[in-house]
Design a protein around this ligand. Structure first.
Ligand SMILES: NC(=O)c1ccc[n+]([C@@H]2O[C@H](COP(=O)([O-])OP(=O)(O)OC[C@H]3O[C@@H](n4cnc5c(N)ncnc54)[C@H](O)[C@@H]3O)[C@@H](O)[C@H]2O)c1
Ligand SMILES: N[C@@H](CCO)C(=O)O
Ligand code: NA
Length: 818
């Protein structure tokens, strides 16, 4: 025997009831034996409560509410039943409506709706629905009859939430079903007490009805039909990628429901649980879907963590002081005082130092709880051995739930890593030794981020979403976007990474789309839908969205944007940037940013600051961490200057070649930053700092090659004019070098603490002589690479290689985040 139960949402509309008839016909034609329990039509119980409340308050509007109730059921009959059935059902229904109408009139007259009266009023909801549906089933050819559960479910007289007399109930159920072999269509929720008084079973009552009948009949299975695909791994309103849990244990289901997964209310399923009757949660709107099986068996191969859940609003209270240590009875008094005040405790934690006990309650009772506890410990507080109770509000509890956690080390490590990498602070932690759930109290603003981060870490470790916020969509930025777009499918399929650009901005506009900006149309979207750009608002929005796996990308050359790094890192958001300003400004600032990133456990990456995509900074860091001593760093580190001098041959003009370098995307947004040595200086400073030298800009000697008129030009255009005037000067330098068989190279050098940048004419046997294109070449002479130095060489500027360097960092950070 199978017991099925359909909730209110499943029978809210006549067409849904037709769907149920199809499902049941399927069972029936297969010859399966079943009985089916119905809740009242969706919304009916609330309507009955409301009309009684109106009547009890003397408001005649109850009549209109009753009329609507009556009409709704008559409409359903007319829609679902043919004439011959209607002729039987309607008069019956009208008789019952007459009783309800009189009952409400009585309530109206005496201005009172007691729990006892209410139970009777509410019973009309389930009685109507089960009665109507029983007839719809008969009409469809199923041999079925209506069972008013008051005949079999027997309770005491605790109206509103009556206690079941199990022995009597099971006996009545067995007797009834023995005499009625056809399909019994049962009213959920209602029962009766001695003297035929109508009672109800309280919250989750129809599930309870189904469980009682299943237990009474030793049913093989219970199916709870609802409007979702079973129990999901997390609340789908907060975690978009939540999915159905195929199977779980009663204990797990119990834990999930404590944390607000509203699919079932497990206490009511206790009768079935005691008899180990398995339970399916099925979707009326997706009947072929497997749903969730809840049974006695832990699935040894299943996920260690079955679900992730949360309680959105809690307050944490802490009792602390020397008066707690080694004094028995403190916890007893604390919790007794709260119990006496009727305060429910959600979570408790005490460290073994016994210095403090923290417990979470609903925020609404936090002040009352504090007051009660302070009364209880008034003496100890006056003696100053216990401190006043501390309240922390605006908190949430998130929990991971699963029976198999018990057998697996590393689960809590993973939990805290996922929280930590997303910058979520654990305010308090609780785990019972049953190891069925680990609960963490966090700030409420982090709730959704925490749920998503945990969900990703435990269920989707092979697919992860990165959320990028990108300022600067010029040459490098737009190239990066193109690369992300082209590589998207590969990353998703092969690396399980879904890269979304959630925020983007140029100096004029900014755009946010939580589901990810469409990378085929980002330019138009930014222009048409973007709002006025303000970096402070951009960063504020990024923090407010508070998405898991957030990465900030700065593709500008702006000092203003770089000024926000401290704030961003402090918000536990990782950064990747080709912008050299932050790292090459004051040494103190460089150190501070590094320290903040380390403290917050986030990444601050800027490999493209030197040699663009070439592995220069990472190589240097590898040398240093492996204990090598850096003796000298020498290099051509400007891609544009390299290109310019590599291509500056007889018959060309210097200014023309600078223009070409600009057009090829090698130069800084203002090419003078390359020509005046500032860009090279920044790179040398960065390299020196990575070796541990507290180098400042003024410590670097730069040979200036740019004539004053060029340096002082107002705009980039006037600069090019001035540069053309200086062509003869550069031609003379070139010709002199060539005459000696040499080539001009702008060389940066760091030896000991001495940092210099200068234009040198190098011989044909010099390693820098043969550079071509925008090549950079960095030569590390170290204790281990002394006779033959370590060399990194290759194109050191250009949109594709630079963007690719940033892209690689995004992936590195993404891998780190999970
Ligand atoms: N070109 C290269 O080969 C190369 C190599 C390594 C590093 N870089 C660095 O990459 C960065 C970007 O270079 P690019 O060539 O793409 O520059 P670009 O001028 O083409 O683009 C800069 C972008 O930043 C935006 N921007 C500037 N200031 C802003 C502000 N205050 N707020 C918001 N947006 C702002 C602009 O609107 C534009 O979208 C620079 O820091 C550069 O040093 C470039
Ligand atoms: N303008 C820079 C880009 C790379 O940082 C260069 O020419 O090297
Ligand atoms: Na690099």
């Amino acid at each position: 025997m199978k017991v099925l139960k359909f909730g209110g949402s499943s029978v809210a509309k006549p067409e849904r009831i037709r769907g149920i008839v199809d499902i049941l016909k399927g069972y029936y034609t297969k010859g399966e034996k079943f009985t089916v329990v119905f809740s009242a039509f969706g919304g009916v119980t609330d309507a009955l409560i409301e009309m009684s409340a109106l009547a009890a308050s003397g408001d005649e509007a109850y009549e209109a509410a009753f009329d609507a109730f009556r009409q709704r059921h008559i409409d359903a009959v007319e829609e679902l039943l043919k004439d011959e059935f209607r002729a039987v059902v309607l008069p019956e229904l009208e008789r019952s409506h007459e009783v309800l109408k009189n009952l409400l009139y009585g309530v109206f007259l005496v201005r009172e709706a007691s729990l006892r009266t209410m139970d009777y009023v509410l019973s009309f909801g389930e009685r109507n629905s089960a009665f109507i549906i029983a007839n719809v089933l008969r009409q469809s050819g199923i041999s079925a009859s209506y069972l008013d559960a008051r005949r079999v479910i027997k309770t005491d007289k605790a109206f509103g939430s009556a206690r079941v007399d199990f022995k009597l109930t099971y006996q009545k159920i067995r007797e009834h079903y023995a005499q009625h072999p056809d399909v019994q269509v049962v009213t959920g929720f209602v029962a009766s007490a001695k003297g035929g008084l109508t009672t109800t079973l309280g919250r989750g009552g129809s599930d309870y009805t189904a469980a009682l009948i299943a237990a009474g009949l030793d049913a093989s299975v219970i199916e709870i039909w609802t409007d979702v695909d079973g129990v999901l791994t997390a609340d789908p309103r907060k975690v978009k990628r939540a999915f159905t849990i195929p199977s779980m244990t009663y204990a797990e289901a119990m834990e999930m429901s404590h944390f607000g997964a509203k699919v079932i209310y497990p206490p009511t399923l206790q009768p079935a649980l005691l008899k180990k009757i398995p339970l399916y949660i099925k979707n009326t709107f997706n009947p072929s879907f497997e749903g969730t099986l809840i049974s006695d068996h832990a699935d040894p191969d299943g996920h260690a963590v079955k679900g992730i859940s949360s309680i959105s609003h809690v307050a944490l209270l802490t009792l602390s002081g020397s008066g707690l240590f080694g004094v028995p009875g403190i916890a007893g008094r604390l919790f007794s005082s709260l119990a006496a005040a009727g305060i429910n405790i959600i979570l408790i934690t005490q460290g073994s130092s016994e210095h403090s006990i923290s417990f979470a309650v609903q925020p609404a009772v936090a002040n009352k709880a504090r007051k009660r506890v302070e009364e209880e410990f008034e003496y100890e507080m006056s003696m100053k051995v216990i401190s006043p109770v501390k309240i922390e509000a605006d908190l949430s509890v998130v929990a991971i739930i699963g029976e198999n956690m018990r057998y697996q080390p590393g689960i809590s490590g993973r939990l805290f890593q996922a929280l930590g990498h997303n910058g979520i602070n654990a305010v308090a932690i609780a785990q019972g030794s049953s190891e069925l759930n680990v609960s963490v109290v966090i700030n409420r603003t982090d709730e959704a981020k925490a749920l998503n981060a945990l969900h990703e870490s435990f269920f989707l470790s092979d697919t992860k979403e990165l959320h990028l916020f990108m300022i600067g969509v010029g040459l490098i930025g737009s190239t990066l976007i193109e690369q992300i777009k082209n590589q998207g499918a590969y990353l998703k399929e092969k690396r399980g990474l879904e890269v979304r650009i959630v925020g983007m901005a140029n100096s004029r506009q900014m755009l946010f789309q939580e589901e990810g900006i469409d990378l085929d149309n980002w330019k138009a979207a930014l222009q048409e839908k973007g709002m006025d750009m303000d970096p402070a608002i951009f960063i504020g929005k990024m923090k407010e969205l508070n998405l898991s796996n957030t990465i900030f990308i700065d593709n500008t050359a702006s000092a203003k944007v770089a000024g926000f790094y401290e704030d961003i890192l402090n918000s536990s958001i990782s950064i990747s940037t080709p912008n050299k300003i932050a790292v090459s400004s004051g040494f103190a600032q460089y150190q501070r940013l590094k320290a903040i990133a380390a403290r917050r456990g986030v990444q601050f990456m800027y490999e493209t600051n030197v040699g663009a995509g070439l592995p220069v900074i990472s190589t240097l860091n590898d040398l240093i961490i492996s204990g090598d001593q850096i003796l000298k760093i020498e290099g051509v580190v400007s891609g544009s200057l390299s290109f310019i001098f590599n291509n500056f041959k007889a018959g060309t003009s210097f200014s023309e070649i600078v223009k070409q370098a600009q057009e090829l995307g090698y130069t800084e947004p203002d090419p003078r930053v390359d020509l005046n040595g500032l860009d090279v200086q920044r790179k040398l400073i960065i390299l020196a700092r990575e070796t541990g030298l507290p180098l400042e800009a003024e410590d670097v000697e730069i040979e200036n090659i740019l004539p004053t008129a060029c340096r002082e030009a107002d705009t980039v255009e006037t600069f090019f004019g001035a540069l053309a005037n200086s062509d003869p000067h550069f031609e003379q330098l070139r010709a002199e070098a060539e005459a000696e068989g040499k080539a001009l190279r702008m060389i940066a050098k760091l030896e000991g603490a001495k940092a210099t940048i200068g234009l040198e004419a190098v011989d044909s046997d010099h390693p820098f002589y043969n550079l071509s294109g925008s090549d950079n070449m960095i030569v590390f002479t170290t204790e281990r690479y002394k006779d033959r130095p370590l060399v990194v060489r290759g194109p050191g500027a250009g949109a594709a290689v630079t963007a690719a360097g940033v892209f690689a960092e995004i992936i590195t950070i993404g891998n780190y985040l999970s």
